[in-house]
Design a protein around this ligand. Structure first.
Ligand SMILES: C[S@@+](CC[C@H](N)C(=O)[O-])C[C@H]1O[C@@H](n2cnc3c(N)ncnc32)[C@H](O)[C@@H]1O
Length: 220
């Protein structure tokens, strides 16, 4: 068997977090508050948030876009990694979830860097393109309706500058994408997108077994 990703036991996962996680207190508080919600599993892990912040720093991101805000954890990770005059546009449809997000962004002092658009994300993305926003974003994160991932992907590819980075969450979908018996709409959509990206010449590609699977696509 060729070498592959290490098996992540609970003990090793605790160790990984102990020696590498630098979660700020406010982010930990947001995670604890979100954990009380029935849909808390939608939140990204803290190590994924830290990784995304590192990527934002690495590419010197100034303008970012996110699809799927929820209670604002990933947005806060990215916003904290942007320069003071940086900007993150984040899309959601839920007033309820994002009211939690707004509180934490304000407490972190980055609410001026984050613009929340409450509307179906495809409409927001298309509006940005129609408004002349093509090629103006450095970084993007997709984490909303799995059936619409391809619609987000195509629009975000237009919005990113050349060299800009797209991060796509849940691409391994708890393993369902590799199980041919799974034919539900979310799994089918994710599988189709993964296959499309595997030969898409417009991007450089890497798929990471981080969290529920994270694809990195750099616009060529
Ligand atoms: C997986 S959660 C996002 C988690 C978030 N990135 C975090 O780190 O906590 C998905 C979010 O997408 C939102 N959503 C679902 N369908 C949407 C759509 N069509 N347009 C915009 N947002 C949508 C949901 O309301 C939900 O808050």
């Amino acid at each position: 068997m060729a070498s592959r990703t290490i098996q992540m036991t609970d003990r090793l996962y605790d160790y990984l977090r102990k020696v590498s996680l630098r979660e700020p207190r406010l982010l930990a508080e947001l995670r604890a508050e979100t954990a009380k919600l029935p849909l808390s599993v939608m939140q990204i892990s803290p190590e994924q948030g830290q990784f995304m912040a590192l990527l934002a720093e690495l590419i010197g991101a100034r303008r970012a876009i996110e699809v799927g805000t929820f209670t604002g954890y990933s947005a806060l990770c990215v916003a904290l990694a942007l320069p003071a005059d940086g900007k993150l546009i984040t899309c959601d449809v839920s007033e309820e979830f994002t009211s939690v997000a707004r509180r934490y962004w304000a407490r972190a002092g980055v609410d001026g860097r984050i613009e929340l658009r409450l509307a179906p994300a495809v409409d927001t993305l298309q509006g940005l393109i129609d408004g002349g926003g093509a090629c103006s974003f450095d970084l993007a994160f997709i984490d909303a309706d799995k059936k619409e991932y391809d619609d987000y992907y195509e629009r975000i590819l237009k919005l990113l500058r050349s060299g800009g980075l797209m991060m796509i969450d849940n691409v391994l979908w708890s393993g369902a994408v590799a199980d041919g018996r799974r034919r539900d709409a979310d799994t089918v959509a994710l599988r189709a997108l993964n296959e499309k990206l595997s030969t898409d010449k417009r991007i450089s590609l890497s798929m990471l077994p981080l969290g529920d699977g994270l694809t990195l696509a750099r616009k060529r």
